[in-house]
Design a protein around this ligand. Structure first.
Ligand SMILES: Nc1ncnc2c1ncn2[C@@H]1O[C@H](COP(=O)(O)OP(=O)(O)O)[C@@H](O)[C@H]1O
Ligand SMILES: [Mg+2]
Length: 320
């Protein structure tokens, strides 16, 4: 792009439009032989937004990511990356990608792997900045060592450096922390937060839900190739829980509990998922009714659902 657009031109009008999302996809579909891996997936990742893609093994997360990056051809659906078709090399040059499974040439050093990938991306990144990316992932003192001697965790760190090295506007990470120790995971968390602070968009697929919960602005939950839930953490976790320790609970009391919200029960502990914005009378009314029905109330405690619990309950509902 060159200088400011002349006044009153289409260029100026375009410049006034909000930036296109980092990722926009609609109706993505993919079958492998008779198995449908992805079945009508649509979502967006805004500029500078950190979005988590969650779901059980085989849900289609990696397939979605590969279709976004034009590594797998969708059977149907459309993708725009940074406002351009995913097939446009100009869009992909500004995307950093850490694949789920990868192997670098074992005879290259970490610095050489990085230089190779930066060259492939076509970006002009000076040597000092490349060294900085190795420093970011904690490999500064291993730059001259051959990748063949790296542990899986070190290779994953190098993969992250590769994904970050060419000044991407969007970073797509498929299981970036699967091989990392707790310190490495904390490092990745900090890295993600610093990317967000710099306005880089991130799409992240991880099994470590606690991690996702800490860094993501929004999550998209996939199951069997479909989006089963999506939203900000506040939207998804808005449901508050009520934990009650009770005895002498008859069928009527149990029905009363279930009427207050989705009910889980183990031993003498009953967990009710309250609606996002419960009426202030909800809890006292429930307790009064339970007492009226002969229930002995030992404890009533509020709790917030964790993303992990929420994810499990969404998937259980899907499978029921
Ligand atoms: N190249 C492939 N050939 C055949 N089946 C595939 C291929 N890639 C993925 N699948 C199937 O598609 C489904 C989704 O896989 P994947 O996208 O890897 O899920 P996830 O990353 O969520 O674990 C799985 O059933 C998987 O076996
Ligand atoms: Mg996967």
């Amino acid at each position: 792009m060159s200088g400011p657009a002349p006044a009153g031109t289409a260029g100026e009008l375009l410049a006034d439009l909000p930036a296109s999302p980092a990722v926009w996809c609609s109706g993505l579909r993919k079958r492998y032989r008779r198995r449908t891996a992805v079945d009508g997936v649509s979502f967006t990742v805004g500029r500078g937004e950190v979005v988590g893609l969650l779901g059980p093994n085989g849900a289609g997360k990696t397939s979605v990511i590969k279709m976004l990056l034009d590594l797998v051809r969708p059977d149907a659906g459309e993708v725009l990356l940074l406002g351009r078709p995913a097939t446009d090399p100009q869009a992909r040059a500004r995307v950093g990608y850490l694949p789920e499974l990868f192997r670098y040439q074992p005879w290259l050093t970490a610095a050489e792997v990085l230089r190779l990938h930066v060259r492939l991306s076509g970006a002009a990144v000076p040597e000092a900045e490349r060294r900085e990316s190795l420093g970011l992932v904690g490999l500064a003192d291993r730059a001259g060592d051959r990748v063949g001697g790296f542990s899986k965790g070190m290779q994953q760190r190098l993969g992250l450096a590769v994904a970050l090295a060419a000044r991407p506007e969007l970073v797509v990470l498929d299981e970036p922390t699967s091989a990392l120790d707790p310190v490495g995971r904390a490092d990745v968390r900090d890295l993600l937060l610093s990317l967000r602070a710099r306005g880089v968009a991130v799409l992240l697929n991880s099994h470590l839900i606690g991690e996702v919960e800490r860094v993501c602005d929004r999550v998209v939950i996939l199951d069997k190739g479909r989006v089963v839930a999506a939203g900000t953490l506040a939207e998804l976790l808005g449901q508050r829980e009520l934990r009650l320790r009770l005895d002498n609970v008859g069928p009527q009391a149990e029905a009363r509990l279930a009427a207050a919200g989705q009910l889980d029960h183990s031993g003498d502990t009953f967990t009710v998922a309250l609606p996002a914005d419960p009426d202030p009378a909800t809890v006292p009314d429930l307790v009064a009714d339970l007492v009226g029905l002969g229930v002995r109330v030992h404890a009533v405690e509020p709790g917030r659902v964790s993303l992990e619990e929420r994810l499990l309950s969404i998937l259980r509902e899907e499978h029921a």
